[in-house]
Write a protein that binds this ligand. Structure first.
Ligand code: BGP
Length: 477
């Protein structure tokens, strides 16, 4: 049995974490450019510290990143050598609409991605395109307050019209918003939201959520109209929640934490606001800015598949004594005493991937796609620049085994698997370069020093073997 013949193996990146060239060929400034490395990053990405322009006291790693903008041919050739069937990347909105509210797009930006997609196709690689991976043009942040404003829906719609028409026949798989639930946990990075003194943060966040959900439904509608071959997915920062003990209060806390995340996917996949969320908003005095026709759009244009990132499961406890937080992918829980952790404290739980796959499949009954998974680790190259990353191979092998069980034993329908950061890139959470996920080492450090030279790691050949055997041969020789 095993994975389907056309299983989409590959890797994933995001524009702002790899492209660099932040001001070239007409590209406008975006929120993601302004997240510095270091102690202020958290406050900036959370929307609590205003950083609307660069200053001299910080280093901004996204400005140059790994310079993939100029090196994409070399990088895609390496992905092809590993046998990638798909490459997940995101377009930078501000390359196509530098300010975001123009009526005419920037041809240089459009052409750049057209060439890039053609390069993928040259190797028989299907591009999987995230329309927004955390990025929002700064002009939209400053003039409209980003996604708190309904006008963003129209600007996003315009972007979608342009890209779906231009890339018709080149791109078939689309994701509307990367990790849409991150809007609640890192609002400036997730949705360009900076909070003014005294603002009701919950109101702003859920208002922005409604606008993104609406934009996502409209994107799905246009994608299907432009080309019935198009497949559109939503994207969740996944990882099911466990209860710390069988105490009913702990179980309930874990359900509630799951629902906070499912809220978005419930709307995108089932087409309706879930009652538990409506009740909660009512209690909190949050008003969704629903206008005539909105609910019909949400109902009629649900996604074709559900994609998600998975790094770890999470644990919830109501015991005040159990309060040591597990650092995780922007939202955490308490530490799970049964699991090991990465160097950044992210807990490693391959079975949790099988559990998450089953939870999502049970709930949505739509094909799933794992579009991020991987181990952020410190790699130390030897004198030849070679990295023997057995720890990464082990992590990935265990997760692939778990996803195989979900497919073979549980019958979950899975379209594909793209590892996060298939080439080393800038970390979204910390802005560091030394938190590496790649099969390809990039010579660059946290301060921006290095030659940017690309070198294959041990995991490069291993992943090639995994793909060639369609996931059957996970051995590490
Ligand atoms: C997800 C993001 C990615 C990515 C990944 C790893 O939240 O979609 O952009 O970076 O997590 O996180 P980090 O870079 O913080 O290690």
């Amino acid at each position: 049995m095993g994975f389907r013949k056309d299983f989409l193996w590959g890797g994933a990146t995001a524009a702002n974490q790899c492209e660099g060239a932040y001001n070239e060929d007409g590209r406008g400034l975006a929120n993601v450019d302004l997240a510095p490395v270091g102690k202020d990053r958290a406050a900036v990405i959370n929307g609590d510290m205003k950083m609307f322009d660069f200053d001299d006291n910080h280093f901004y790693p996204a400005r140059d990143a790994i310079d993939m903008y100029h090196r994409y041919k070399e990088d895609i050739a390496l992905f092809a050598e590993m046998g990638f069937k798909t490459y997940r990347l995101s377009i930078a909105w501000s390359r196509i609409f530098p300010k975001g509210d123009e009526t005419e797009p920037n041809e240089a930006g459009l052409k750049y991605y057209e060439d890039l997609f053609k390069e993928c196709k040259k190797y028989g690689m299907e591009p999987l395109v995230t329309i927004t991976h955390f990025d929002c043009p700064m002009h939209l942040v400053e003039k409209y307050g980003a996604w708190r404003s309904r006008e963003l829906v129209g600007f996003y719609e315009n972007l979608c019209h342009v890209i779906f028409n231009r890339y018709k026949g080149l791109v078939k798989y689309w994701l509307t918003f990367n990790e849409i639930n991150v809007l609640l946990h890192a609002p400036f990075m997730g949705a360009g939201l900076y909070f003014e003194e005294g603002e009701d943060k919950d109101q702003v966040k859920y208002q922005a959520a409604h606008h993104e959900l609406l934009a996502s439904a409209i994107a799905t509608k246009i994608a299907h109209e432009v080309d019935p071959e198009n497949k559109v997915g939503c994207m969740l920062a996944g990882g099911s929640n466990y209860a710390y003990t069988p105490k009913p209060e702990d179980v309930w806390a874990s359900r509630k934490a799951d629902r906070e995340n499912y809220f978005f996917i419930d709307v995108q996949s089932r087409g309706e606001y879930p009652t538990y969320a409506l009740k909660e908003m009512e209690r909190k005095g949050i008003e969704l800015p629903i206008q005539e026709g909105d609910l019909e759009l949400l109902k009629e244009h649900t996604v074709d598949f559900v994609s998600f990132s998975y790094y770890a499961s999470r644990v919830q406890s109501t015991d005040p004594e159990i309060n040591e937080k597990a650092p995780g992918n922007l939202m955490g829980g308490v530490i799970n005493p049964y699991l090991e952790s990465s160097e950044w404290g992210w807990q490693i739980d391959p079975l949790g991937l099988r559990i998450t796959l089953n939870d999502l499949y049970d709930r949505y009954q739509k094909p799933l796609f794992i579009v991020e998974n991987g181990l952020g680790a410190i790699d130390t190259p030897d004198e030849n620049g070679y990295v023997e990353d057995d720890y990464r191979i082990e992590y990935l092998a265990e997760h692939i085994k778990a996803m195989k069980d979900a497919v073979e034993i549980d019958g979950v329908e899975l379209l594909g698997y793209t590892t996060w950061g298939c080439i080393d890139l800038v970390s979204a959470g910390t802005g560091e370069m030394k938190k590496r996920y790649g099969f390809i080492y990039v010579d660059r450090d946290n301060d921006g020093n290095g030659t940017l030279k690309r070198t294959k790691k041990k995991s490069f050949d291993w992943y090639k073997q995994v793909i060639a055997s369609n996931g059957e041969d996970l051995s590490n020789n």
